[in-house]
Design a protein around this ligand. Structure first.
Ligand SMILES: NC(=O)c1ccc[n+]([C@@H]2O[C@H](COP(=O)([O-])OP(=O)(O)OC[C@H]3O[C@@H](n4cnc5c(N)ncnc54)[C@H](OP(=O)(O)O)[C@@H]3O)[C@@H](O)[C@H]2O)c1
Length: 390
């Protein structure tokens, strides 16, 4: 009798689980997973300043991963196939073109794959020929162009921009995805004098985007910046002085602040573009989720043998991590208020406490961040405005 009851119970659970799995995937809608993540992230943001940033980053990593395990591994399984079925071919214009940095591995490679499947032309900007060749072996040559750029060097960025301008007509870039990034790498000061995480994750993507702005399609252009939920860890506020500071064992604090920095710049850029007449370029930053890639290869806990297997199982795959950026590239019905530099995760707009607009101090901080970033790039405010207006 007991065995029969258990068996019937198991069969009912299995049927229910299969039924939930077979329901259409949710994109662009708030889910319990995203609500829960937001709640915990905001709580971590509000912890007293005595709690160090690296502790908060770990806490956020655990929260994200648990949300992933509970929701995506058991209840809901969104796939790239679902996303392309729902949002693919929504944009009518033929020959759309996307440039993606770091499109040769991890999440970037999957974003590129998704865009190619949807018929876009893609320019993959790689740091090294080695990874470029690997990407070529996977994605082939059709509709893809491969170029080299090193985001730890302004000179390399300037050369990349010149190459792009000779290959693509003005207004020909429909999407620019600033995906490339590094995390917790051994401390390195670049030839331009910046801490490498700050330059790769923030200063260079910002510089590259400003230089390429005149080449973006003014009617339907989109600029995406890879942020991270670790921006909630960088509290109480942004410390730009870290951009030129060495660190010993704690690279995560620099990582979190570099991601907060780029998210604040995204917001300011979004507002600048919104205020332009005849300019409908949309700007976003996003968190892809906790995704198993080589980004974690310098963070010990992820490389220990036992944990490594566990993380392989519970973290998102790069293809799952590509979901939010691909959604932001392809969906045509995005809410207008989410396209002016907002922070997205799990395909929905998320609160961004350091940028809440009703707070005057936040407004001042965002403006200060913008000014610091321009200084770092050697640009004046009029020069930046000229690039935005051109
Ligand atoms: N994975 C996650 O859980 C997670 C979470 C939040 C945010 N993100 C963000 O998502 C983005 C993609 O990360 P991922 O997980 O896909 O990591 P990944 O597999 O390590 O990919 C990072 C890409 O960036 C490129 N890159 C690194 N330094 C560069 C430089 N100086 N110049 C040009 N390209 C450079 C890498 O090139 P090489 O292959 O040559 O090194 C690689 O193609 C990053 O911005 C990351 O911060 C990831």
């Amino acid at each position: 009798m007991i065995i029969t009851t258990i068996l019937v119970g198991l069969i009912i659970i299995l049927i229910l689980w299969r039924w939930i799995q077979s329901k259409p995937p949710v994109f662009g809608k708030v889910t319990p997973e995203s609500q829960w993540s937001t709640l915990i992230n905001t709580m971590i943001y509000k912890l007293p300043p005595i709690v160090p940033t690296w502790c908060r980053v770990y806490a956020i990593g655990v929260v994200d991963t648990i949300a992933t395990v509970l929701w995506r591994r058991t209840v809901k399984a969104n796939t790239m196939g679902h996303l392309l079925k729902m949002y693919g071919k929504q944009q009518q214009e033929p020959d759309r073109l996307c440039i993606i940095t770091g499109g040769d591995s991890g999440i970037g490679l999957e974003i590129a794959r998704g865009l190619l499947q949807d018929g876009l032309r893609v320019v993959i900007a790689s740091r090294t020929t080695e990874f470029m060749q690997q990407a070529k072996a996977q994605l082939g040559d059709k509709n893809v162009e491969y170029l080299i750029v090193d985001l730890t060097s302004f000179k390399s960025i300037q050369q990349f921009v010149e190459q792009v301008k000779t290959k693509i007509p003005k207004g020909g870039i429909d999407i620019l995805i600033n995906n490339a990034g590094i995390m917790n790498t051994p401390c390195h000061i670049t030839e331009d004098g910046f801490e490498a995480q700050f330059q790769t994750n923030c200063i260079s993507p910002f510089y590259l985007s400003l230089l390429l702005l005149p080449w973006l399609n003014k009617k339907q252009g989109r600029i995406l910046f890879a942020a991270s939920s670790t921006l909630y860890a960088a509290s109480p506020e942004l410390d730009v002085s870290l951009a030129k500071k060495h660190y010993g064992w704690d690279g995560l604090t620099h990582y979190a602040h570099s991601k907060l920095f780029i998210s604040m710049l995204t917001r300011y850029l979004g507002h600048q573009l919104r205020d332009q007449v005849d300019n409908e370029i949309q700007v976003f930053c996003y968190h892809p989720g906790a995704v198993r890639t080589k980004l974690f290869s310098h963070t010990t806990v992820f490389t220990l043998p036992i944990f490594s297997y566990l993380f392989d199982f519970i973290m998102l795959t790069p293809s799952e991590g590509a979901m939010t950026p691909l959604y932001l590239c392809l969906a045509s019905n995005l809410p207008k208020q989410g396209t002016i530099g907002n922070y997205w995760s799990s395909t929905v707009i998320q609160p961004f406490p350091q940028c809440e607009e009703e707070d005057d101090q936040n407004q001042k901080n965002v403006k200060k961040a913008w000014k610091s970033a321009l200084d770092f790039c050697g640009l004046t405010i009029p020069q930046a405005e000229a690039l935005i207006h051109e």
